[in-house]
Structures are given as C-alpha cells and as structure tokens.
Design a protein around this ligand. Structure first.
Ligand SMILES: Cc1cc2nc3c(=O)[nH]c(=O)nc-3n(C[C@H](O)[C@H](O)[C@H](O)COP(=O)(O)OP(=O)(O)OC[C@H]3O[C@@H](n4cnc5c(N)ncnc54)[C@H](O)[C@@H]3O)c2cc1C
Length: 171
C-alpha cells in the first residue's frame, strides 16, 4: 500500500517523471500526464490519445473529453487564478482581502493533484498572499507560478509583464 504523500519510484518511459499514486494505490489521474496515466493503468496502446474531434459521434454531439491530466489541469487552473487576480479590485475592502486569502488557502487544500497541492500549500504558508491591491496580488500570483515553473524546469516568467499577459493584452 502506498502511504499518502508517497509515490512509487518507477519512472515513466514517456515523460521520465515518477508515476504518482493515490491513497488507494491506484495511479492518480490528476497528478500524472495522460500518457503516463495510460501507461501505469496498462491502457497504453489500446486507448492512445486521440484528437477529441475524432470522438464526436452523431448520437452525442459533444466531444468525449477525458478528465484532465496534470498539465491540462494546471493550465486551466493558472488561467482561473490569474484571471481572478486580474479582476481583483485595485482598492479591495477588508472583506475582499479576507475572502481572497481564504480562497487561496482553500484552493491549495482542494487542488486535485495532491502532490502539487502540498507544495502550493507550503508556498502559501511561507509567502502569505499579498492582497492589498490587484497589482500586489498579480505579482504574488506570478511569483507563485514561477515557483512551480522553477520546480519543473520551465522558463521563469517576467512578472513586470503580468498585466500585459493577464489584464490588458499585448497590443
Ligand atoms: C497551484 C498549481 C500547482 C502546480 N504544481 C505542479 C507540480 O507540482 N507539478 C507539476 O507537474 N505540475 C504542476 N502544476 C501544473 C504546471 O504548473 C503547469 O500548469 C503544467 O505543467 C502545464 O504547463 P504549461 O507549460 O502549459 O504552462 P503553464 O505553466 O500552465 O502556464 C500557462 C501560461 O501562463 C503564463 N505564465 C507562465 N508562467 C507565469 C507566471 N509566473 N506568471 C504569470 N503567467 C505565467 C504563460 O503565458 C503560460 O503559457 C501546478 C499547477 C497549479 C495551478
């Protein structure tokens, strides 16, 4: 049995990442890439990633998309988090500040990739959300995202460009 918070050392042939397991010992869908998940569950080769448009049938005119893997979940979540910061008031009330702090804490507790969530929770405990203005929250969010980028070996985003990327656009 895998203890909560542990992952088996076996590495995926696809991504080179460790396969992450849930408390019940099953591969964690939200913690692995889709290919790694399929590999770990023995589905690789029988259900390769398909273009979702190929899955549309006449009877069901919607794409049969699968649950998100760690990357789609991450991209979607950063979109939400940065968009939330972009719509945060420039001069928030005390209640809005309190609610934003609570939201970040709760988000870090319910994030479906549990090993991502643990690190995000640690980041929040060591770097309390800066909620005094939209500008501060945006910069804090950018720092939080860069903390994950650093961990994953991704490029560090220039936080001076945060408003262009998430509020005003580039033009
Ligand atoms: C809270 C949280 C924790 C995560 N922890 C992990 C983890 O531990 N392990 C793991 O494998 N994945 C984790 N992820 C997912 C990971 O961060 C990426 O979302 C995923 O790997 C997909 O990356 P991507 O290259 O498509 O771009 P993403 O990192 O998702 O970024 C999307 C877009 O945001 C912009 N951007 C990039 N960096 C910044 C920044 N610093 N500030 C503002 N905008 C920026 C860029 O335009 C980029 O194209 C986490 C996601 C979240 C929301």
């Amino acid at each position: 049995m895998i203890e909560p918070g542990q992952s088996r050392p076996a590495k995926s042939d696809f991504s080179g990442r460790k396969i992450v397991y849930d408390e019940d010992g099953k591969p964690c869908r939200s913690c692995n890439t889709l290919l790694d998940f399929q590999l770990a569950t023995g589905k690789i080769g029988t259900s390769r990633v398909q273009n979702s448009t190929q899955k549309i049938s006449k009877a069901e005119p919607y794409a049969k998309d699968d649950p998100p893997d760690v990357e789609l979940l991450g991209r979607s979540s950063w979109n939400l988090l940065h968009a939330v910061a972009a719509s945060y008031p420039k001069a928030p009330t005390d209640l809005q500040k309190t609610e934003m702090k609570q939201f970040m804490t709760i988000f870090s507790h319910v994030y479906p990739c549990w090993w991502c969530a643990k690190d995000f929770d640690k980041f929040i405990r060591e770097n309390a959300p800066r909620v005094d203005s939209r500008e501060e929250l945006g910069k804090w969010m950018c720092d939080a995202h860069n903390d994950v980028n650093r961990k994953l070996g991704k490029p560090i985003f220039d936080c001076n460009l945060w408003e262009k990327r998430w509020v005003n656009g580039w033009d």
